[in-house]
Design a binder for this molecule. Structure first.
Ligand code: GMT
Length: 379
């Protein structure tokens, strides 16, 4: 019999939503699961039909009385309704805030009706390292992690930070399950015409993809590019959008490098631009895993990154790229120039792909399935 799983996530471009959606799709494709997404919008990567996939919209009403719309209550109520109506077996919530506490509430409501359902929480990063550790949220986050029937973190580093910042009980076993990649989609596509258009004189193409929040330190990418382009003819693509974008564009005007830098905004088919890139730069202040870097590596793009958070669990120094201390743009530029030399580039590209293959979805999906089995066995 098929297991019925409810998946809760932020349906946005962010990594946690992408991981949740891709996991749901992969589970549905096995034919062993019915997967029900419970989200306030259609997840960005859930734009096709599959008989085992369902989408339930969380309807968040606002009233003049409410200064803040009660998202968590609407979500908990939706979870209760979907579990009841669809007879779900397990809930899997991505991002602790407020999804884990909403799941706890839904579970208690259902329990009062005699319906026992376990929930698994996946910690993704900023729910722990930025938002969660704030005093306002800490008690609720600690409690809902401890009350989860299964907990996963996307890196060893995130697991450690969770233990550091929160009151995690000895009995709470946080399992590390790294991010994964679908290599059918993320592979080098033949897009030479695109490369020619951006780099007409055979320049090397450097790329950065992020939501351009401060934590991504995207200004460091511009600093690195300025140094690199003095030594190696190069162009820079800045993909994504966010609060820092205007400032970054101004930086490029001031340095008079705007002719060599293009801001592309949010793109759906990022594998197409990755296919023509020579180097990916991720100088983040914090990064629990670095899914965008993994996507780049799958398209044969080596990575210059900081050594923050879980990045050392992905990027192998001197092999798939290089890592530097956060903010050390001098070192990042030096390493970038080394990778971009014609005699080195092909080796780094091949190594990046080889490393990405270790995170192929078919290697990682069974780890979630094993956890579901373990949790279900107790019910
Ligand atoms: O990177 C972001 O700002 C988005 C963020 C999210 O919460 O959606 O991504 C986090 O989760 C991803 C998937 O597990 C990880 O690959 C990212 O490293 C992580 N981001 C941070 O830790 C900053």
């Amino acid at each position: 019999m098929k297991l019925k799983i409810g998946i809760v996530c932020y349906p946005t471009y962010g990594g946690s939503g992408v991981v949740a959606t891709e996991l749901g799709k992969a589970l549905a494709e096995t034919g062993r699961y019915d997967v029900h997404f419970i989200t306030y919008n259609q997840p960005t990567r859930l734009d096709f039909f599959n008989e085992n996939l369902f989408y339930h919209k969380v309807d968040i009403r606002t009233y003049p009385l409410f200064k803040y719309p009660p998202y968590e209550l609407a979500l908990a109520s939706s979870m209760v309704n979907v579990v009841r109506n669809e007879k779900l077996d397990l809930l899997h919530v991505h991002y602790a805030i407020p999804h884990a506490s909403a799941a706890y509430m839904a579970k208690q409501i259902l329990k009062s009706e005699g319906y026992d359902i376990p929930f698994v929480t996946t910690l993704h990063g900023t729910d722990i390292t930025l938002v969660g550790k704030e005093e306002t949220f800490e008690p609720v986050v600690s409690f809902s992690i401890n009350e989860s029937d299964g907990v996963t973190a996307v890196s060893d580093s995130l697991k450690q930070e969770t233990h550091e910042y929160f009151g995690i009980r000895d009995t709470t076993d946080i399992k590390v399950i790294h991010n994964f990649i679908d290599l059918d989609r993320f592979r080098k596509h033949p897009k030479d015409h695109f490369k020619k258009a951006i780099c007409p004189n055979g320049e090397k193409l450097i790329i950065h993809i992020s939501n351009m929040r401060k934590v991504k330190r995207a200004a460091d990418v511009i600093e690195v590019f300025k140094k690199v382009s003095k030594e190696v003819p190069a162009k820079l693509l800045m993909v994504g959008d966010g609060p820092e974008r205007t400032h970054l564009e101004e930086m490029c005007y001031e340095c008079q490098i705007c002719g060599d830098v293009r801001f592309l905004g949010k793109l759906e088919q990022i594998e197409e631009v990755l296919s023509v890139a020579d180097l990916f730069v991720m100088p983040s202040e914090k990064e629990s895993f670095g899914l965008a870097a993994l996507e780049a590596m799958a398209c044969e793009v080596p990575v210059i990154s900081s050594n923050a958070g879980g990045l050392p669990e992905l990027n192998i120094n001197g092999v798939t790229g290089f890592m530097s201390e956060v903010g050390d743009v001098e070192d990042m530029a030096k390493n970038a120039i080394h990778i971009l030399q014609d005699e080195n580039l092909a080796t780094f590209k091949a190594n990046a792909l080889k490393r990405a293959q270790e995170f192929e979805i078919s290697n990682i999906r069974p780890k979630y399935e094993a956890l579901y089995e373990e949790v279900m066995a107790k019910y």
